[in-house]
Write a protein that binds this ligand. Structure first.
Ligand SMILES: NC(=O)c1ccc[n+]([C@@H]2O[C@H](COP(=O)([O-])OP(=O)(O)OC[C@H]3O[C@@H](n4cnc5c(N)ncnc54)[C@H](O)[C@@H]3O)[C@@H](O)[C@H]2O)c1
Length: 253
């Protein structure tokens, strides 16, 4: 039986860790050739090795999503190595918890917006420029379930960046569906990745801190977020355009 992404090239940012790594492994397991894009070359190479050890196809490219030239080079490298770029999961992000809004360093604001929001914008721009020449494609951007409703304090820059991703993606989805490009968002809730640990925190302490607000009573496994990403990237979601799919165990229900 043909796999869902046979013959496709998938570009995944932040694929050296967490949800992005799981996404890269899953796209590869379902037939895609994966371009593992991260600013950390060591972890990106580890993701590529795991894919290859499992019989898949992948290559790494060093991309800093805050730098337009770096993103453009990443997209061009993907196309020149593998012939096209059909799917993008713009997933790279950071989650600092700087505390009360007025006490937040301006540098924190700028770095969160640069990576989480401008990074997605730059990726979309260069991906779309290729995809519309190439007859179309699919883009899934990383939002967050606290993007539409903060639910707790101390994370002003982050929630602003993720609200931006959500609405920017809706606008871009309207602009480019006639180019054959479908754009959507997956907004995870708290997930079992390094991002959700406070410095030095144990798994038990993290669970005690985070699971109270999650009706499912636990954090998401990255594979549960990635299932939604792959569905949106697949032809099964062919009429889903400009949607923000929240996957959070009921936290925002
Ligand atoms: N983990 C969660 O609970 C959770 C919840 C909601 C949303 N998200 C979102 O999901 C995405 C992935 O989160 P995760 O938990 O897997 O995080 P993670 O920290 O495990 O991985 C993030 C990856 O992004 C890469 N990255 C950071 N800055 C970059 C840059 N400038 N250029 C290129 N790569 C860069 C890192 O090197 C890393 O590999 C993020 O956008 C995050 O905001 C995560």
């Amino acid at each position: 039986m043909a796999a869902r992404f046979d013959g496709k090239v998938a570009f995944v940012t932040g694929a050296g860790s967490g949800i992005g790594r799981r996404s890269a492994l899953s796209f590869a397991a379902e037939g895609a050739t994966v371009v593992v894009a991260d600013h950390n070359s060591e972890t990106a190479d580890q993701t590529v090795k795991t894919i290859e050890d499992n019989g898949g196809r992948a290559s790494a490219v060093n991309v800093d999503v805050t730098d337009s030239a770096s993103v453009r080079n990443g997209v061009q490298t993907a196309v020149s190595r593998h012939g096209s770029l059909d799917i993008a999961h713009n997933n790279a992000g950071i989650f600092p918890m700087p505390g009360a809004f007025a006490d937040t360093e301006e540098s924190t604001w700028h770095s969160v917006i640069a990576i989480n929001l401008t990074g997605v914008a730059l990726c979309m721009k260069h991906e779309i420029n290729h995809m519309r020449e190439n007859g179309g494609g699919v883009i899934v951007n990383a939002g967050s379930n606290i993007g539409d409703h903060a639910r707790f304090g101390g994370v002003g820059p982050y929630v602003a960046s993720k609200a931006g991703v959500s609405n920017m993606s809706r606008s871009a989805a309207r602009d480019h569906i006639q180019d054959g490009i479908r754009i959507n968002v997956v907004s995870p809730g708290a997930s079992d990745t390094k991002m959700t640990f406070l410095p030095g925190e144990s798994e038990e302490d993290r669970a005690a801190r985070l699971t109270g607000g999650i009706p499912a009573g636990r954090l998401a496994d990255p594979s549960e977020i990635v299932s939604a990403v792959l569905w949106l990237a697949s032809d099964e979601a062919s009429f889903v355009v400009g949607h923000d799919l929240v996957v959070d165990g009921g936290a925002s229900a």
